[in-house]
Design a protein around this ligand. Structure first.
Ligand code: BDR
Ligand code: CA
Length: 318
């Protein structure tokens, strides 16, 4: 598969996405960069190192990036969603690997240059690092083959406001810059990620499996399940936001509907700040081509991903 860089805010579902990518044969994960979102950029980087060490992939470079939004706002941690420290309050010994000394934006640009136009980016967090990298290297869209973004809510309600989803809504200016940069983008919104769910039975399979990797996954999901049960789902379980985006990015899940649409982000200071405005007016007429379309927007997947994910996490050989 093509070289991949993941930009994330690890975070429980980011961690599961990382474990999934590490467990999937042929995935060439070149670097991981972190940004403030679920937790601080530094804590997200530390969590990422621990996750990669547990997966036996400590040599993948990890760099921390933006701690504030493009407007310079420092947000509080989303510990009510992801628990204290970002991994559901689960603690492991300190990582033994050091962070890459580069800033995340530099690691993104360097990795893109080294991959000679083949790099694909998976972004599962506020898009601040990618926006800063675009400012630093305006040729970046020519150096990157594809960008998959977990973010937005099209027909589905938002999760940080009635209309805004966290990754877009926590830095709308960055999201608008990234979506309009002219590169090939796939957007994976709440419309699909809220429907591909893990259940307590899945979590028990992870815990029963007993490998350090499955043990970590099962433990961190406990907090995430409680949060979902209390706020977002009618049962004890979890949405698979970032893991589903990862599976779509590497081509393992093929969306059953992903029309190319024109999408913008509302950056005004009003009730719709951070909403993704997608022009879906032509959809009922069978997706007429939108010449100005700037993203493929995933509107349907077939629901088979949760089972695939558990089997993948539980596999013992690479
Ligand atoms: C997104 O927000 C974060 O809390 C999750 O990790 C995911 O990337 C879902 O809105
Ligand atoms: Ca995330």
């Amino acid at each position: 598969s093509r070289p991949l860089l993941m930009d994330c805010d690890t975070g429980i579902d980011d961690a599961i996405a990382l474990l999934y990518l590490c467990q999937t044969p042929g995935v060439d994960l070149r670097a991981v960069t972190t940004v403030a979102g679920n937790t601080s950029a530094e804590l997200a980087a530390r969590n990422t190192l621990q996750v990669l060490e547990t997966a036996g992939r400590a040599r993948i470079p990890v760099a921390a990036g933006a701690g504030t939004t493009l407007r310079g706002v420092t947000r509080p941690e989303a510990d009510f969603v992801h628990g204290k420290g970002g991994l559901g309050g689960v603690t492991r010994p300190d990582p033994t690997t050091a962070l890459d000394p580069r800033h995340a934006t530099r690691l993104i640009i360097d990795t893109a240059e080294e991959a000679g136009g083949e790099l694909e980016i998976l972004a599962t967090a506020p898009l601040t690092n990618l926006a800063l990298a675009l400012r630093e290297e305006p040729r970046l869209p020519e150096l990157v083959r594809h960008v998959t973004v977990m973010g937005g809510a099209i027909h589905h309600p938002g999760n940080i406001s009635p209309v805004a989803e966290a990754n877009i809504g926590n830095d709308p200016e960055a999201a608008e810059l990234v979506l309009s940069a002219g590169w090939d983008v796939t957007l994976v919104p709440l419309d699909v990620t809220m429907r591909e769910n893990l259940t307590e039975a899945h979590r028990q399979r992870l815990l029963a499996n007993g490998t350090p990797l499955c043990q970590l996954a099962g433990e961190i999901l406990d907090f995430y399940f409680t949060f979902h049960e209390e706020t977002a789902l009618p049962f004890r379980g979890a949405a698979l936001h970032d893991p589903l985006a990862a599976a779509i990015a590497i081509g393992e899940v093929t969306p059953t509907s992903a029309p190319r649409l024109s999408v913008t982000v509302d950056t005004a200071d009003g009730a719709a700040r951070g909403a993704v405005v997608a022009d879906t007016r032509g959809l009922h007429r069978g997706y007429p081509a939108q010449p100005e379309a700037n993203a493929a927007v995933v509107l349907e997947t077939d629901g088979t991903f949760p089972e695939l994910l558990i089997e993948r996490l539980c596999r013992t050989t690479r």
